[in-house]
Design a protein around this ligand. Structure first.
Ligand code: NAD
Length: 513
């Protein structure tokens, strides 16, 4: 079956091979409303150019989609200043007024969902169905925080003194710098910005260099929604300019808060930057999710969960299962059914082709990492049951490895690609020890029909989010975030807005009893 899968992908990839005659190349064009294809920075309600531009590429074909303003420290500083100025008026809007504008922004995202999804597919490589799912997810945070804006209640606390009242007020922290990754080019922005704007903060967004177009389209729609100038600013920049721009955003005195989503390594750099001026920080960092299948599991449910959890966005999500632990009694049945599901359900291609379920990885470095993990595992005795090879460009075959052991690279570092390594285990204690032997703890999943085991394992897993008999868990109503080096703080849910609020204690004294 693996050979069939390979043949199918080869015939698709012929269309991408550079150097083939034009007639043999299939063209994929990004056909969206021109008002949503923005290429300048967005600062203080205006579209701004920079001294140079950088290219944005379609990762499936390597073709250039656009050239975007390469903002530097000067533009970043202008954006911070604009956000600071706007903060003093935005925080005076009533919660209901902010909620109304956010709701209008949500409506526009929903109205333009097809075009916004195409942008994601072309700049990030995601299949269209997933891109549409991301836009729904992205919009849900604006809607959710439009609702939460009106519920930032404080407290009136019973006082120990008869002549005093004790009040706790929630107030916006100020300007927030928002730095986001490419794997969810829209939703990783709205999950932060929805909360920030609802709380009364203003923001400067630095999107990932691979995917700035989705961020700029969000700015266009924020402007159309009537969100005032300076409240939402976007400074796109190239990989080369990123460290200097990041430094401004994390060290400027006018910035009160840094919210970052990306790798743990980058998060540590930004934490150090933010320390000098003691900024409030939120960090959504890398994961290394275990996916445990116990003997009592419903094997079909476990296979469906594994497929969903591993292969979404070609394995490039922070909550993707990375280490599969399967108990001896169910191991062979699980492997057989999983292999068949991979043959039947996974189809590589350009994300805009109907039927594609697996797009490319974001760039060659990402594909190199998966290949090196596969070679390392094979050299240490793992068996390749499906896939294993890199194809054209940054396309990687969905890969199933059996006989994996904990000395292999793929069980020790985040993969961020379509590699599914399976470790066989005997006891619950052994599975938990392997699952928790990690310095990160974002998501974890397990399948069991034993109710006592479900409680034991859910409580024992050292992660911020647990999927019990469920492979997909993200939703705006629930808290998103990790423990250990997976980060600090929570996004979404009723807790997300708290990251952008300070609590002010007001002692109201001199009262006559
Ligand atoms: P990355 O850390 O390389 O980049 C993320 C962002 O940080 C990008 O905008 C990048 O330009 C910027 N950046 C990089 N170096 C910087 C610097 N010195 N100063 C300022 N900004 C800098 O991560 P990535 O490869 O884009 O994303 C993948 C990682 O993100 C994975 O580890 C994944 O697990 C993690 N992630 C976490 C979550 C979560 O919610 N916990 C969600 C998505 C992705």
């Amino acid at each position: 079956m693996a050979a069939v899968c390979l043949l199918r992908t080869r015939s698709l990839f012929r269309q991408f091979v550079p150097g083939l005659p034009a007639a043999m190349q299939r063209q994929y064009s990004l056909d969206i409303s021109s008002q949503l294809l923005r290429t300048q920075g967005y600062v203080d309600g205006r579209w701004v150019s920079a001294a140079s531009v950088f290219p944005v590429l379609d990762p499936a074909t390597g073709q250039e989609l656009a050239r975007v303003a390469d903002c530097g420290p000067a533009e970043a500083k202008q954006a911070v200043d604009a956000a600071y100025k706007a903060f003093y008026s935005w925080k005076q809007f009533t919660a209901k007024e902010r909620s109304y504008l956010l709701r209008k922004w949500f409506d526009l995202l929903t109205l333009h969902k097809e075009d916004l999804a195409k942008l994601i597919t072309f700049e990030c490589g995601k299949p269209m169905k997933e891109s549409l799912g991301e836009i729904a997810y992205s919009a849900s945070f604006i809607e959710w925080f439009a609702e939460e804006a009106r519920r930032t209640y404080g407290d009136i606390v019973p006082s120990a003194a008869k002549d005093r009242k004790v009040l706790l007020l929630k107030q916006p922290v100020g300007v927030a710098s928002i730095i986001t990754p490419w794997n969810f080019p829209s939703a990783m922005i709205t999950r932060k910005v929805g909360a920030a704007l609802a709380a009364g903060c203003t923001v400067v967004v630095k999107p990932a260099e691979d995917t700035p177009l989705s961020a700029l389209a969000l700015a266009e729609l924020a402007s159309q929604a009537g969100i005032p100038p300076g409240v939402f600013n976007v400074v796109p920049c190239s990989r080369e300019k990123t460290p200097e721009v990041g430094k401004v955003l994390c060290t400027d005195d006018l910035v009160a808060k840094v919210s970052f989503t990306g790798s743990t390594a980058t998060g540590k750099i930004l934490l150090k930057h933010a320390a000098d001026t003691v900024k409030k920080v939120s960090m959504e960092l890398g994961g290394h999710a275990p996916f445990i299948v116990f003997d009592s599991a419903d094997v079909d449910m476990a296979v469906a969960g594994a497929m969903a959890s591993k292969f979404r966005n070609s394995g490039q999500t922070c909550v993707c299962s990375n280490r599969f632990l399967v108990q001896s009694g169910i191991h062979d049945r699980f492997m057989e059914k999983l292999g068949r599901a991979m043959d039947a359900e996974l189809r590589l291609g350009h994300g805009s082709e109907p039927g594609t379920t697996q797009g490319p990885l974001i760039n060659s470095r990402a594909a190199d990492k998966v290949v090196s993990q596969v070679s390392d595992a094979v050299s240490r005795g793992a068996k390749v049951l499906r896939g294993g090879k890199r194809l054209h460009g940054s396309f990687m075959e969905p890969t199933l490895l059996a006989g994996v052991t904990t000395d292999m690279l793929c069980t020790r570092e985040e993969t961020f690609g379509p590699l599914l390594p399976v470790i066989r285990f005997d006891s619950e204690a052994e599975a938990l020890a392997i699952a928790n032997a990690s310095h990160v703890g974002l998501a974890g999943y397990f399948y069991s029909q034993d109710i006592s085991q479900i409680w034991r394992v859910a409580e024992a897993l050292e992660v911020g989010m647990v999927g019990v008999n469920e492979g997909l868990l993200s939703t705006c109503e629930a808290s998103f975030g990790g423990v250990k080096q997976s980060g600090l703080g929570r996004e979404g849910s009723k807790y997300g807005i708290e990251e952008y609020l300070d609590v002010k204690y007001m002692c109201f004294g001199g009262l006559k009893p």
